[in-house]
Design a protein around this ligand. Structure first.
Ligand SMILES: *[C@@H]1O[C@H](CO)[C@@H](O)[C@H](O)[C@H]1NC(C)=O
Ligand SMILES: *[C@@H]1O[C@H](CO)[C@@H](O)[C@H](O)[C@H]1NC(C)=O
Ligand SMILES: *[C@@H]1O[C@H](CO)[C@@H](O)[C@H](O)[C@H]1NC(C)=O
Ligand SMILES: *[C@@H]1O[C@H](CO)[C@@H](O)[C@H](O)[C@H]1NC(C)=O
Ligand SMILES: *[C@@H]1O[C@H](CO)[C@@H](O)[C@H](O)[C@H]1NC(C)=O
Ligand SMILES: *[C@@H]1O[C@H](CO)[C@@H](O)[C@H](O)[C@H]1NC(C)=O
Ligand SMILES: *[C@@H]1O[C@H](CO)[C@@H](O)[C@H](O)[C@H]1NC(C)=O
Ligand SMILES: *[C@@H]1O[C@H](CO)[C@@H](O)[C@H](O)[C@H]1NC(C)=O
Ligand SMILES: *[C@@H]1O[C@H](CO)[C@@H](O)[C@H](O)[C@H]1NC(C)=O
Ligand SMILES: *[C@@H]1O[C@H](CO)[C@@H](O)[C@H](O)[C@H]1NC(C)=O
Ligand SMILES: *[C@@H]1O[C@H](CO)[C@@H](O)[C@H](O)[C@H]1NC(C)=O
Ligand SMILES: *[C@@H]1O[C@H](CO)[C@@H](O)[C@H](O)[C@H]1NC(C)=O
Length: 412
């Protein structure tokens, strides 16, 4: 990937810097527009390409792809003033221009209009063009973003008009930046939200200065049961949240009990609960008996389709969670984590399970997890002190992290 950084240089407008060179010819543009006081007023980073179909002299149509924006120049981007909003003005190649203007309409701002111009006088790019000249296509986008939020869209955005297709992806943009500080509050495009398909993926956290984890919603609690003949032999009530980590990005998936299928099996020494849904091929909880008097969660197997189209599968048959005496149920109202592997963990909420000896379809007495227990009464003071210390540590590392990521930015 090739990064271009467009940044201000005193006296001479804006300078283009080529930052990273890579093998594949994919270009990312970065613009940090500052006002007269050197405070950032607009920040943008994005990738784009274009497809243009034009008529040739022999009355056929020809299509050209413009994906090389490596000769980009920034001439005329401005922060705007009281009358005019800010605008990004980019020129590249021979006669291509790309202009975006923004308007403020509290409590939002708009990506107003995207104008793309190409010049068919250029014989090398547009051979035998029937109509020669500078052609401009204005497309009103009117995309609304809350003021002080940074818009993010990893997904492919497409604008099609007058035989020109514009593609944008990996977009980050904030206009009307307040007090010179680019926001960490992201406003996601619908495409990024919907690309999570059926199960809502609540957040993806990337350690980067412009992303913040949004508060995670608790999953809905569902009751799942397995029967042997006409008798219920396994009961499980829980809110389930899956956490899949790939390439340092965690995807949080809440299981919706309403759209989840349940099967399973019960045997004297082992019992299995299998859940499935449109994205989860299977999620198995396998319970076993130990020392002839206790049960525990021994195994978890999962296979699911991820948003990026890949299949994620993991199995661990050497677990030891949810341990309780046979004939009772295991209960834990507090959030608990079943760590299946370094890349897969399950967070449970309001958990109660009984995989063996279920009588009349009801739970037997519960053995509560220690997290729920009253013993916690004894700990608050120690926790309070530890927490205060932790807050200070986190704050300091946050400040260091901030400074690091700032300087990191300079050398993208
Ligand atoms: C943008 O440029 C300003 C001034 O040079 C700098 O203080 C700021 O950190 C830059 N912001 C980003 C996100 O690169
Ligand atoms: C803005 O920054 C440039 C170079 O970084 C510096 O030469 C100039 O004096 C600064 N202007 C203001 C108003 O701070
Ligand atoms: C029309 O012109 C284009 C571009 O010069 C050429 O590739 C194509 O073969 C021509 N078609 C015909 C039918 O002459
Ligand atoms: C233009 O790009 C499209 C999609 O990437 C591809 O199918 C097509 O072959 C390309 N056309 C040319 C002329 O490179
Ligand atoms: C533009 O980029 C998108 C996303 O990378 C890609 O799918 C598409 O084929 C590209 N089109 C052209 C004309 O290069
Ligand atoms: C083409 O028209 C646009 C819009 O009027 C303008 O910004 C651009 O500079 C023109 N390009 C050329 C090469 O004349
Ligand atoms: C934005 O640009 C479009 C096309 O150049 C223009 O019609 C529109 O009036 C502009 N809007 C603002 C608020 O500047
Ligand atoms: C777009 O291209 C098609 C052929 O692909 C042609 O029939 C049509 O007239 C063109 N439209 C414009 C607005 O140029
Ligand atoms: C998801 O897993 C990752 C990696 O183990 C961890 O850092 C993150 O805190 C987890 N998130 C949640 C909400 O459990
Ligand atoms: C599940 O279904 C119940 C009753 O049909 C409904 O009240 C609830 O909102 C649904 N929950 C979800 C998460 O769709
Ligand atoms: C039902 O229980 C019997 C005896 O424990 C066992 O052999 C059988 O496999 C069980 N069936 C199911 C569906 O769990
Ligand atoms: C679960 O899997 C079964 C068959 O394996 C399938 O018929 C059913 O539709 C699936 N349930 C859901 C909710 O996807």
């Amino acid at each position: 990937m090739v990064y271009f950084r467009l940044s201000p240089v005193s006296g001479s407008g804006l300078l283009l810097l080529c930052l990273v060179l890579g093998a594949d010819r994919s270009y990312a543009l970065e613009l940090n527009l500052t006002d007269s006081a050197n405070a950032t007023c607009l920040y943008a980073k994005w990738q784009m390409n274009f497809t243009i179909t034009y008529e040739t002299t022999n009355k056929t149509y020809r299509t050209v792809n413009i994906s090389d924006v490596s000769t980009v120049r920034d001439e005329g981007s401005t922060c705007g003033d009281d009358q005019n909003g800010p605008r990004i003005v980019i020129h590249f190649g021979s006669g291509f221009s790309w202009i975006v203007n923004f308007t403020k309409n509290a409590p939002d701002y708009l990506i107003d209009t995207i104008s793309f111009s190409y010049n068919t006088n250029d014989h090398t790019i547009f051979p035998d063009a029937e109509h020669k000249g500078n052609i401009t296509i204005d497309k009103r986008v009117a995309l609304k973003i809350p003021l002080n939020d940074i818009f993010r869209c990893k997904s492919l955005l497409t604008i099609e008009k007058n035989n020109v297709t514009q593609h944008f992806w990996n977009v980050l943009v904030q206009a009307f930046v307040q007090s010179g500080t680019v926001s960490t509050k992201e406003y996601l495009c619908d495409e990024d939200k919907h690309s999570t398909t059926v199960a809502p993926i609540i957040h993806t956290t990337v350690p980067s200065p412009t992303t913040t984890p949004t508060p995670t919603e608790k999953p809905k609690v569902g009751t799942y049961s397995v029967s042997n003949g006409s008798n219920t032999c396994l009961l499980a009530t829980m809110g389930l949240q899956l956490n899949v980590t790939q390439d340092k990005v965690s995807s949080i998936i809440n299981i919706n009990p309403n759209t989840t299928g349940v099967t399973g099996s019960c045997h004297p020494q082992t019992a299995q609960l299998r859940l499935n849904s449109s994205i989860i091929k299977y999620l198995d909880f396998v319970f076993a008996v130990k020392n002839e008097n206790r049960f525990y969660l021994k195994e978890v197997n999962v296979s699911m389709n991820l948003v990026n189209g890949s299949v994620f599968s993991i199995a661990n048959n050497n677990l030891s969670y949810w341990d309780a005496p046979l004939g009772s149920s295991y209960m834990c109202n507090k959030e608990q984590t079943v760590s299946v592997s370094g890349t897969f963990q399950i967070n449970t909420f309001d958990l109660r399970v009984q995989p063996f000896n279920v009588m009349e379809g009801k739970y037997s007495t519960a053995e509560e997890c220690s997290a729920d227990s009253d013993l916690n009464f004894l700990i608050p003071v120690a926790v309070g002190v530890a927490l205060g210390f932790l807050i200070i540590v986190v704050f300091i590392s946050y400040m260091i992290g901030r400074r690091k990521s700032r300087t990191g930015y300079q050398s993208v």
